[in-house]
Design a protein around this ligand. Structure first.
Ligand SMILES: *Cc1c(COP(=O)(O)O)cnc(C)c1O
Length: 221
C-alpha cells in the first residue's frame, strides 16, 4: 500500500466538504501510522483500549485518537485522560462512566451515540426508537463532562448498495430529527458513517466523519 498516496486521495476527496477522515489504524504499526502522519493526517481511529493507550504514549502528541470500537465500562478510565472522541457510546451506563472519568481527568470528552442501523444482529448500538425516547426524556442531561457531538452507525456488510444507502438515510433522518428539536445542544453536528466498503455512499448521504482503514493501510490480518 502507498499510504502517503492514499491519505492524499482522501484529503482531496474531503477537501472543501463538511466531511473529515478518521484513518482507522487498528492493528497497524507505528511506522505505518507515522507514514500517514507525515502526509498530514492527524485523526486516527482505534478499537481496542490497550492498543490505543500504547500508541498514544509512543506516537506524536498532536494526534487525535478516536475510539471507534465497543468499549467496556471498566476500561474507560484508561483512555479518559487523552481520547479525542468516543464514537461507540451504546448505553446510558457507558455514557455515565465516561462522564465520571472525564470529570476525574478535568476534561469534557466529545462522544457520539452509536445507533444500530444494520440488519445484522451482532452490531452494537441503540435502536432509533430507543435513542429518541432516551434523548427526549433527558437521560443524558446531567452528564456535563461529556459533549454529545452526534451519532455513529455501521451499515450492514453487504454488496447491496441500495440497502446500505437506506441504512445511512435512516441514520441521517434520525440525526436531523434530534438536531431539529435540539435536546442535546449545539455541539450535536457529527454523523460518523462510512468505511472502506461504503464511504462514498455515506458521504452522499451526509456523513461528516468517514472511518476508513483498509483503503488506506491495506487489509488487516
Ligand atoms: C475497523 C473499523 C472501521 C474501518 O474498517 P475498513 O473496512 O478497514 O475501512 C470503521 N469503523 C469501525 C467501527 C471499525 O471497527
Amino acid at each position: 500500500m502507498n499510504i502517503n498516496k492514499n491519505i492524499a486521495y482522501f484529503q482531496n476527496l474531503t477537501h472543501n466538504t463538511d466531511c473529515k477522515l478518521v484513518a482507522v489504524s487498528k492493528t497497524k504499526s507505528d511506522s505505518e501510522i507515522l507514514e500517514a502522519y507525515s502526509a498530514g493526517q492527524r485523526v486516527f481511529g482505534e478499537n481496542r483500549v490497550q492498543e490505543v493507550e500504547e500508541k498514544y504514549h509512543r506516537l506524536p502528541k498532536d494526534i487525535q485518537w478516536h475510539m471507534i470500537g465497543h468499549l467496556q465500562r471498566n476500561k474507560v478510565k484508561l483512555i479518559a485522560p487523552f481520547i479525542a472522541m468516543i464514537h461507540s457510546v451504546d448505553s446510558i451506563k457507558l455514557a455515565e462512566e465516561i462522564n465520571k472519568q472525564a470529570e476525574k481527568s478535568k476534561r469534557i470528552i466529545p462522544v457520539l451515540l452509536q445507533v444500530h442501523i444494520a440488519r445484522e444482529q451482532t452490531k452494537f448500538g441503540f435502536s432509533p426508537e430507543e435513542l429518541l425516547t432516551l434523548v427526549n426524556s433527558g437521560a443524558f442531561d446531567g452528564l456535563t463532562s461529556i459533549s454529545i457531538c452526534g451519532l455513529m452507525g455501521m451499515a450492514t456488510f453487504t454488496d447491496n448498495k441500495t440497502q446500505i444507502r437506506e441504512e445511512f438515510k435512516r441514520l441521517k433522518e434520525l440525526f436531523d430529527s434530534v438536531k431539529n428539536t435540539n435536546p442535546l445542544g449545539n455541539h450535536f453536528k457529527e454523523i460518523s458513517m462510512g468505511m472502506t466498503n461504503d464511504y462514498e455512499i455515506a458521504m452522499e448521504e451526509g456523513s461528516t466523519l468517514i472511518r476508513v482503514g483498509s483503503a488506506i493501510f491495506g487489509e488487516r490480518n
